[in-house]
Design a protein around this ligand. Structure first.
Ligand SMILES: *[C@@H]1O[C@H](CO)[C@@H](O)[C@H](O)[C@H]1NC(C)=O
Ligand SMILES: *[C@@H]1O[C@H](CO)[C@@H](O)[C@H](O)[C@H]1NC(C)=O
Length: 307
């Protein structure tokens, strides 16, 4: 069975109605040349329990490989860890190239499947400093959740009008990354159930892909399915607020989101029930086989831009 999931980020809509041309095509033939493997513990980013490994180690251990013409990015699902280690081995790939706007199309044959404790993300961002920051999280959630969340963060003042999308209740339409307080910044949207985790792999079918995308001449204005999220600027210069995006794919464990959600009944707390554990790290450290299906399988990631 052939399953394909498409995620389209067309948030950055320009006024000009020129055609889109393909400018990047990352696939099995060139993927590892176009992405940098960050070799660092995730504790330095999001307080996660993952040790991201470099390219040589990732390829030698099979965490990153080409299988049947697809790029497979996984996590260690054989070894146990100490809870005092830097965490379960994983990968974090960041594109060398960056872009300001366009139509980004990711064709996933498989997205990571829980695993209580997992926190995978496919996202684009600029920089780590508060002076110039933009981030769009395209596919992200944690643990057993089955609905994707999309988030927008800016260092520019930026309020938006929501044309389509379910704003996360504690968030606002001010996308500035401190607008809603330090722990709930940005504009975040919940997609429908079935857009994350195994249901995402089950549900998305190749025959739903717009024909003009398959032919390499996409015209999103003519697509008939409505987007999960559609935002327009209220008080915001999108060209300034959203730019210089590197593509990132990383899978961490526990940390600020997956760890809270694992146990906290204010979040889902499903993992506490399912595992009988109160401790995300201890669970992830001791249960490698829970993460056999926590892998990405990528047919391609393409960027189109207006000519
Ligand atoms: C993979 O990408 C390369 C260059 O970006 C392109 O020439 C080639 O056709 C792509 N392969 C497939 C199978 O689409
Ligand atoms: C990926 O890495 C970034 C740091 O660059 C971090 O902010 C983010 O939370 C990480 N996400 C996941 C899912 O690992």
């Amino acid at each position: 069975m052939y399953k394909t999931a498409f995620v389209v980020s067309a948030a950055l809509v320009c006024q000009a109605l020129a055609a889109y041309e393909k400018v990047w095509d990352y696939n099995a033939s060139n993927f590892f040349d176009n992405f940098n493997f960050i070799d660092a513990p995730d504790s330095q980013f999001t307080n996660g329990f993952a040790q991201y490994v470099g390219q040589d180690a990732a390829q030698a251990s099979g965490l990153a490989k080409i299988v049947n013409g697809k790029v497979r990015l996984g996590v260690d699902s054989t070894n146990k860890y100490s809870t005092t280690s830097t965490g379960r081995k994983s990968v974090r790939l960041q594109s060398w190239g960056y872009f300001d706007n366009g139509l980004l199309v990711a064709d996933f044959a498989h997205v990571p499947v829980a695993g209580c404790g997992m926190w995978p993300a496919f996202w684009v961002y600029q920089g780590e400093t508060s002076k110039t920051y933009s981030e769009i999280d395209i596919l992200e959630n944690v643990n057993l959740q089955t609905a994707n969340t999309h988030s927008f963060y800016t260092s520019e003042q930026c309020t938006i009008n929501v044309q389509k999308g379910n704003l996360v209740p504690e968030k606002s339409t001010n996308c500035h990354w401190t607008a809603n307080g330090p722990s709930s910044q940005g504009c975040s949207f919940n997609a429908e159930p079935g857009t994350f985790n195994q249901p995402f792999n089950d549900q998305y079918k190749k025959n739903e892909v717009p024909a003009d995308l398959n032919s390499g001449k996409p015209n999103p204005d003519a697509w008939t399915k409505s987007p999960t999220v559609h935002i327009t600027p209220k008080s915001c210069d999108f060209n300034k607020a959203f730019r210089m995006f590197h593509i990132i794919i990383n899978t961490t464990f526990c940390g600020s989101w997956a760890g809270d959600d694992f146990v906290n009944t204010n979040y889902a707390g499903q993992c506490k029930k399912q595992t009988g554990s109160n401790d995300c790290k201890a669970w992830v450290a001791a249960n490698p086989s829970d993460f056999v299906n926590t892998f990405w399988e990528i047919n391609s990631i393409k960027l189109y831009q207006r000519t």
